[in-house]
Design a protein. Structure first.
Length: 419
């Protein structure tokens, strides 16, 4: 079996380490956060999808260890890069973290090693950005070392589709690069899907997430229309979903969150402009989804005004759920954060309750006990399954439900307002 080094001990890297370790490989996790490295070497998991028990078994068996020392990459057979690719303040791709790591790999690259980028990015990144850095020392891709792209497909909190059971797309720089990558992933995951190039694999990942972004934007736009027409968008979606063909259910919400959906469309739009092509359909979807927190703030204002004869300014508002999806602790790009900012700007006294997120340091907030009656309004932004929403409706003065968590409790009593 091989020694597999994984750069980035986050929500992608740690599950990858578990899967490769359980397949019998020796795993080296490289991360620049010393606290993470210490936790991993004690067998303590900070990733919900990987248990400490599973991690500890690999550590005790000598098949997994972590380090901050990039020099140890020299002893690896394969190096997988699983690092963040955020957007800049101008909503353009920011590859700084990935490229800095690639430079660190390049100075330690050895004959015969396989390098795979897993980070979501635009088509051309592997060939145009990573390849020149890796070849700067004289080794040639496809001959002296191998280079491929294989996008992560992690959906935190899922149990039906995991890193092992989700098909893995792989595209290499050359046929031999692809072969090497297929052999590596094929030894650990259930199914590997070969594509013709890194660019095809890069675009595959973007298409998957843009598909969701566009369809969510469609129902978000319809939710705003339904608000004006006095219709219940949830009733409409439920009815449409009874069609057994030609329709796929997507639900509206307060905006997009997570590590991919709010970011990936902008990667492709940016790249497309280099070809004098404008992805207007994709960009429109991004605009609709980005506007949802503003629409939700307006709905809270309406509910307070009509339901409690109060303005947002001076009202006590409890945001229920601040992670980007239910039953996970991940707050990356969560629409709840934008909504908190907007409510504060409007003069509201904002608190939050989330059983999975103990504090929001950037806002100076910590999760408060769930006492709905102490607030003028409770806004359900993320519908965690542990909450008793029937009891919540009884105890609260006013509820604004952006997730249909309250079910059939609608606007009829003036107490529950729904998206």
């Amino acid at each position: 079996m091989s020694t597999v080094a994984i750069i980035g001990a986050g929500y992608v890297g740690v599950p990858l380490a578990e899967v490769f370790g359980q397949a019998g490989h020796s795993i080296l996790l490289v991360d620049n956060v010393a606290e993470r490295v210490e936790q991993l070497n004690r067998g303590e998991s900070y990733i919900d999808d990987v248990t400490s028990e599973s991690l500890r078994e690999l550590v005790d068996a000598g098949r997994l260890r972590a380090t901050t020392d990039y020099d140890e990459l020299r002893g690896a057979d394969a190096i997988l890069i699983a690092l963040p690719t955020p957007l800049s303040a101008q909503r353009e791709p920011d590859l700084t973290i990935v490229l800095d790591a690639t430079r660190d790999v390049a100075t330690r690259l050895q004959q015969g090693q396989l390098v795979v980028l897993e980070s979501t990015t635009y088509p051309g990144t592997t060939r145009e950005r990573l390849l020149p850095l890796l070849e700067a020392g004289g080794l040639r891709a496809g001959e002296d070392f191998h280079l491929a792209f294989s996008p992560e497909r992690v959906d935190p909190g899922r149990e039906d589709w995991t890193t092992k059971t989700t098909p893995k797309v792989v595209g290499g720089l050359t046929p031999e690069c692809t072969k090497r990558a297929l052999e590596l992933y094929g030894s650990a995951v259930d199914e590997v899907v070969e594509v013709s190039s890194p660019e095809a694999a890069e675009l595959t990942k973007l298409l998957e997430n843009i598909f969701r972004s566009v369809n969510i934007a469609l129902v978000n736009e319809l939710a705003q229309l339904c608000d004006r027409m006095g219709l219940d968008i949830w009733e409409v979606v439920d009815a449409a979903a009874t069609k057994p063909f030609g329709f796929m259910r997507f639900e509206p919400g307060p905006g997009l969150g997570g590590h991919c959906l709010p970011v990936d469309p902008f990667y492709l739009s940016w790249k497309a402009r280099q070809f004098d092509f404008y992805t207007e359909f994709i960009e429109l979807a991004g605009k609709v989804n980005q506007n949802m927190p503003y629409f939700c703030r307006s709905l809270i204002s309406q509910a307070l005004n009509h339901g409690a004869r109060r303005s947002v300014s001076g009202s006590k508002v409890l945001v229920l759920g601040v992670s980007y999806k239910a039953d996970v602790p991940d707050t990356r790009e969560s629409p709840a954060l934008k909504l908190i900012e907007l409510l504060r700007t409007a003069g509201a006294d904002v608190a939050y309750h989330d059983p999975h997120v103990s504090e929001l340091r950037q806002y100076g907030l910590s999760s408060q006990p769930l006492a709905p009656g102490e607030y003028d309004c409770v806004a359900i932004v993320t519908a965690h399954s542990s909450i008793d929403y029937g009891q919540l409706v009884q105890d609260a003065k006013l509820v604004v439900d952006f997730r249909n968590a309250t079910g059939t409790n609608g606007r009829v009593d003036g107490k529950v307002w729904k998206l």
